[in-house]
Design a protein around this ligand. Sequence first.
Ligand SMILES: NC(=O)c1ccc[n+]([C@@H]2O[C@H](COP(=O)([O-])OP(=O)(O)OC[C@H]3O[C@@H](n4cnc5c(N)ncnc54)[C@H](O)[C@@H]3O)[C@@H](O)[C@H]2O)c1
Ligand SMILES: N[C@@H](CCO)C(=O)O
Ligand code: NA
Length: 441
Amino acid sequence: MPGQKPIKVALLGCGTVGTEVVRLLTDHAADLTARVGAPVELAGIAVRRPNKHREVPAELLTTDAQALVESDVDVVVEVIGGIEPTRTLLLQALRSGKSVVTANKALLAEHSGELFEAADSTGADLYFEAAVAGAIPLIRPLRESLAGDRITRVMGIVNGTTNFILSGMDSTGASYGETLEEATRLGYAEADPTADVDGFDAASKAAILASLAFHTRVTAADVHREGIAQVSAADIAAAKGLGRTVKLLAICERVSGGGADRNDTANASEFISVRVHPAMIPRTHPLAGVNGAFNAVFVEADAAGEMMFYGKGAGGAPTASAVLGDLVAVARNRVVSGRGPRESAYAALPVRPMGQTPTRYHISLDVADRPGVLSQVAAVFAEHDVSIAAVRQEGRVDDASLVIVTHAATDAALRSTVDKIGGLPVVRDVVSVMRVEGEES
Ligand SMILES: NC(=O)c1ccc[n+]([C@@H]2O[C@H](COP(=O)([O-])OP(=O)(O)OC[C@H]3O[C@@H](n4cnc5c(N)ncnc54)[C@H](O)[C@@H]3O)[C@@H](O)[C@H]2O)c1
Ligand SMILES: N[C@@H](CCO)C(=O)O
Ligand code: NA
């Protein structure tokens, strides 16, 4: 594009993802120019320790991220992570009319409202495909491709570390602790795995997905979150015994009517439920075959029906692929003086608290094998108004394994049922209690 003004890019952060962004920008420069309609020029890279970055051109490095954001650039690409200083830097960029591309789910899940407002104040773009499920196109399908449909459910595996651990437990029968150790040794889990194993990373992603799917501002605080540290080898074995497997799921769904809410929504006819928790799913479910560090997200929409998005949700190069896709989009918008999608939060649906969101449960018990045991157990369910969907009993020498799957019940009802059952003299052990998803209720 001779004579076309270059699109100048500031890169903030040059770690796992940033290094790959630089590589792709350099290796594909000619193609990117052709695709955008103008050269895409790296104007500077903000890092903390310049002497640690021998792989990138030294003259581009700076430790002053703020000055780089304030300089004459068109686009700011943020791959530092965390809330500050990135929040301040990106607000500054957007308020001065610079487009932003970010991979930062934690920031978006807490501050997307403020970032979108800053973008609106100048007409700048805010793109974030890399923030959820890495390379997998998911943000663009939800924001653009499905913008004419009505999405009813988004359910997926959006954290590779926990999926690696749960898949490992499923294939070896090993404990959570042993498998986490292995994941750390192989570099799949970080030295501090808290954000992944306690579900914070998945909860941020769930908030972003729910916001887009339901045209509602959802933050991480709205997401019910449970991690995988409590998942035992017994849970995995119980799941396997019934043709199921355990996955950490991010679930965003529309639910109709009833229940409390975050504002005065007594008359609301529709709510959303946004949650992250381990659940048993049938081994025949499309998400059951997603193993190791892969991600997959299942989307259901009224007109489109069921769709699944599958691929690499993390890693330097896959994540950089999503960043580059966004960079091309915002650069193209600038070339034609156009703009990408703005925030769409008009529906403002209330989020239903987990306490009022019934889910189905699987309960495995070790019981004495003698007449009347089943009826005693069933009576406790009836007493707490928890309806039983299926029961399976397998006799052993002098005891039996009893597996019960419930119809949808609230956490509170299920907890009191299980507490009371655990105290029955005929119940020797409550082996496993876990939610069930992906089956007709
Ligand atoms: N690594 C992945 O697989 C992956 C996948 C999807 C999204 N992300 C997101 O991408 C972002 C970056 O992740 P990463 O894995 O590359 O992290 P990283 O820790 O490898 O890189 C971050 C870099 O930013 C630098 N940095 C910190 N503060 C800075 C500052 N004030 N100014 C300039 N540089 C600063 C750090 O020194 C580090 O080199 C995060 O938001 C992360 O959640 C990562
Ligand atoms: N820690 C995340 C990286 C991608 O966000 C994972 O394990 O999937
Ligand atoms: Na993505």
